[in-house]
Design a protein around this ligand. Structure first.
Ligand code: ZN
Length: 268
């Protein structure tokens, strides 16, 4: 038996702090849970008896709960033996925007991260995003900015941060000027180096500067940004497309989820 709190392939017992990304029914009694844990990263585990009324897991497998998971692995399958709720972010359910924003970051983790790869920093950032979503309450732009920041965190953790302060073609330092973004080449291109036929997104001076700001400033500074609805939607689309291109997966923008719930009536 491994020591409590250790995670290795040889230990059959382990303890890890984690959250449920998604779950599905496995049998009449059991549930398969996709977990994101601080030390082990993303993986699947079985919660035996989780579908029974009054089961031992209580609310711990519900949305927005941070728990201590006691795990047992045998024959390649991890069982959730016991859970203890550390912190609940259930208040995210109180406002539709924090509900969707809170679930959107789970969607991103599930789509982007590989299984069994420790991502402790991303885990901490996710908790930071949830905490801040509760602080900004129903401010739709700020919730949107928090999901944008989390996408920047994922891009950075994947090691594919775009080069935004200088032209990736000629190396000239770029200020507040017309430029282009090349998602495939991973950076900004100046107006002198841009060639037709390249897959380029035009960036106005303002959009270029804000894009650089997104990737180079703290969360607190980011939350001070004032963006118009169409500006936010540009970054929502563009940063998701960037993440999708570099992970070779389709990453829907937050907008896609907002639209499904509220049609066209949201304010960001
Ligand atoms: Zn250039």
């Amino acid at each position: 038996m491994g020591l409590p709190g250790t995670v290795s392939t040889s230990s059959r017992y382990a303890r890890d702090e984690g959250i449920v990304l998604k779950k599905r029914d496995f049998s009449e009694m059991d549930t398969i849970v996709t977990l994101f844990a601080r030390r082990r990263g993303k993986f699947q585990a079985i919660a035996k008896g989780a579908r029974k009324l009054g089961n031992r897991f209580g609310a711990s497998l519900d949305l927005f709960c941070v728990c201590d998971f006691f795990l047992y692995t045998a024959s390649g399958m991890t069982n959730i033996v016991q859970t203890k709720i550390q912190r609940s972010f259930r208040d995210l359910l109180r406002e539709w925007i924090t509900w969707i924003g809170g679930e959107y970051v789970l969607y991103l983790v599930d789509r982007v991260l590989e299984e069994e790869k420790p991502e402790g920093k991303v885990f901490d950032r996710l908790i930071e995003v949830w905490k801040n979503m509760l602080l900004v309450r129903g401010d739709e732009l700020k919730v949107g900015l928090l999901t944008l920041w989390f996408r920047v965190v994922l891009i950075t953790s994947l090691g594919v941060t775009p080069c935004l302060s200088e032209c990736i073609s000629c190396g000239r330092s770029l200020g507040k000027e017309e430029s282009f973004l090349s998602i495939s080449q991973g950076g900004r291109i100046c107006r002198y180096c841009a060639r037709s036929g390249q897959d380029l997104l035009p960036l106005s001076p303002f959009l270029g500067v804000v894009l650089l700001y997104l990737f180079s400033h703290s969360l607190e500074a980011l939350l001070r940004l004032r963006l118009k609805r169409e500006e936010f939607l540009f970054f929502d689309r563009t940063v998701s497309a960037y993440l999708g291109y570099h992970t070779e997966k389709k990453i829907d923008p937050l907008f896609y989820f907002l639209e499904q719930v509220k049609g066209n009536t949201y304010n960001i």
